[in-house]
Every structure is written in structure tokens, then in C-alpha cells.
Design a protein around this ligand. Structure first.
Ligand code: KIV
Length: 274
């Protein structure tokens, strides 16, 4: 299967009969290999790497070079899924040239598009990226890079005015040329309104069931997270417990003299014993 391109994803609107888009994060070669084998449409090398892989409290402690490092690892799996990379905080806030150069670093690391957070205030930078032929995904709602400005991880769009602003932001992103957008942490009706208002696909995370696709973080989905899962997470496996159980058995075997056994040991050639 060949990788879905940004223009192909742009056409994946459910109201036009398309199947929901499936996106999941991955940060390294094995992760990308496993999720790609499951047939996902898109792999997001998210700045959530800061939380789930590097142990930070928020996503603001990761650089372009660190994301590029993880993009290279993901792309080493040669996934069939489209690889989109997060532009980290402050990599697209300063000026157009800086934004394009930072996005180019992620594209040259192997990503096929980039994602950035924010509404109408990002239109200038989105235009600069689109002018540089770099496909851009937007991200609205509970944008994790705004956690300090929001005063915490808080559901967005809870008043009529805030919901209206989000719909207007979505339309501004679409007009600026994003090929799709993530909408995170909003009431389900707001997820539906944004999806209905826009002609590019809306990929939800905590945005209800009516969006054009869904995204989850790898470690949340697989039960390997170091944080209390958000309400919108469905955990499909308990790999964290499975890893601890397997390594405990290994520990007991080593300490009890049961590992390695004859099957895990190279035979000694007879002449060495003479
Ligand atoms: O970095 C990330 O994992 C994300 C998802 C929450 C959409 O941006």
C-alpha cells in the first residue's frame, strides 16, 4: 500500500462517503512498525513525545531537532501510513522564514507534512508553509502548547462565544490552506459543528464521534502512559503491566539461576575441553 498523500487525506470527508481517518502517534521504529502493520492511515510524530517518552509535564520542552530525531526513527520503519510531524512550541511563532526552515527540517527528516497549533493567529505562518509547498495540518481546541495560557488542560469551546470562535478559527485555517485539522478537547456538539462547517477533514481527540477521524496517543491506547488517562482515552491493551510482568519473570529467572538455560547457551566445542 502506498502512503496516503496530503491531497488524498484532504478528500477524506465522511459526509462525502469516506471512511473515518485513523491516526495514532508513534515516536520510534518499533512503534511505527507495529501501528503501520495495524493499517492506520496516519502516524503523528507528536510533541506528546515530551510527555510520554521524555517524562516532561507538558509539551513545551521539546525542540525541532528532538522531533526530527523521532521522525527519522519512525521513518526508518518505512511505514505505509502518512507521517505528519508536530512543529514544537516556538518553532512557528517568531517569523515566516524561521517557521519554513523549522518545517523543512522535519520534512527532510522524513515527514510528509507538519502540524501546528492555533487558530486565526497562525494564518500568516500557514500561508508561508503552503507557499513553500509544505502540507500543513491545523490543531484547535485544547491545544497542549497553550497549557500555560489556558491555566491547565481544560476543555475548550464550552460557551456559545468560545464555540463560535472555534468554528471561525477552523474556517480561517481552512482558508489558509490546511489539508486537515485536529480538534482536541471540546464538547461533542462543537466537534460536530466544526466538522460540518469545514470542507477539510477534522480529526478528533476528545471531540466526539462525529468528526472525520480520530487520533489517540500510542502510550494511552496501549496502557503505557505515565499520567492519568483523559476521559476521551480508550485503552485497548495493558502493555505496561505486560512489560512489568515479563521483566519480573526474567528477573526471577536470573536471580534463581534459571536463565540462561541449555537452549539459550552456545555449546562448547569438544576440543576446548581437551
Ligand atoms: O502530540 C500529540 O500527540 C498530539 C495529539 C494529541 C493530537 O498533538
Amino acid at each position: 500500500m502506498s502512503q496516503l498523500s496530503a491531497p488524498q487525506i484532504r478528500r477524506r470527508k465522511r459526509r462525502n462517503g469516506a471512511e473515518p481517518i485513523v491516526m495514532v502517534t508513534a515516536y520510534d521504529e518499533p512503534g511505527a512498525r507495529y501501528v503501520d502493520a495495524a493499517g492506520v492511515d496516519m502516524i503523528l510524530v507528536g510533541d506528546s513525545v515530551a510527555n510520554v517518552m521524555l517524562g516532561h509535564e507538558d509539551t513545551m520542552h521539546v525542540s525541532v531537532e528532538e522531533i526530527a530525531h523521532h521522525v527519522r526513527a519512525v521513518c526508518a520503519a518505512r511505514p505505509s501510513a502518512h507521517v505528519v510531524a508536530d512543529l514544537p512550541w516556538l518553532s512557528y511563532h517568531v517569523d515566516r522564514a524561521d517557521t519554513v526552515r523549522n518545517a523543512a527540517t522535519l520534512i527532510r527528516a522524513g515527514a510528509s507534512s507538519v502540524k501546528l497549533e492555533g487558530g486565526r493567529v497562525r494564518v500568516e505562518m500557514i500561508t508561508a508553509l503552503v507557499d513553500a509547498e509544505i502540507p500543513v495540518m491545523g490543531h484547535l481546541g485544547l491545544t497542549p502548547q497553550s497549557v500555560l495560557a489556558f491555566g491547565g488542560f481544560k476543555v475548550q469551546g464550552k460557551t456559545r462565544e468560545a464555540a463560535k470562535m472555534l468554528v471561525e478559527d477552523a474556517l480561517a485555517l481552512e482558508a489558509a490552506g490546511v489539508y486537515a485539522m485536529v480538534v482536541e478537547g471540546v464538547p461533542s456538539e462543537v466537534g460536530r459543528w466544526i466538522t460540518e462547517a469545514t470542507s477539510v477533514p477534522v480529526i478528533g481527540i476528545g471531540a466526539g464521534a462525529d468528526t472525520d477521524g480520530q487520533v489517540l496517543v500510542f502510550h494511552d491506547l496501549l496502557g503505557m502512559s505515565n499520567r492519568t488517562p483523559a476521559k476521551f482515552v480508550r485503552q485497548y491493551a495493558d502493555l505496561g503491566a505486560a512489560i512489568t510482568e515479563a521483566v519480573s519473570r526474567y528477573t526471577a529467572d536470573v536471580r534463581g539461576g534459571h536463565f540462561p538455560g541449555p537452549d539459550e547457551t552456545y555449546a562448547t566445542p569438544p576440543e576446548l575441553l581437551d
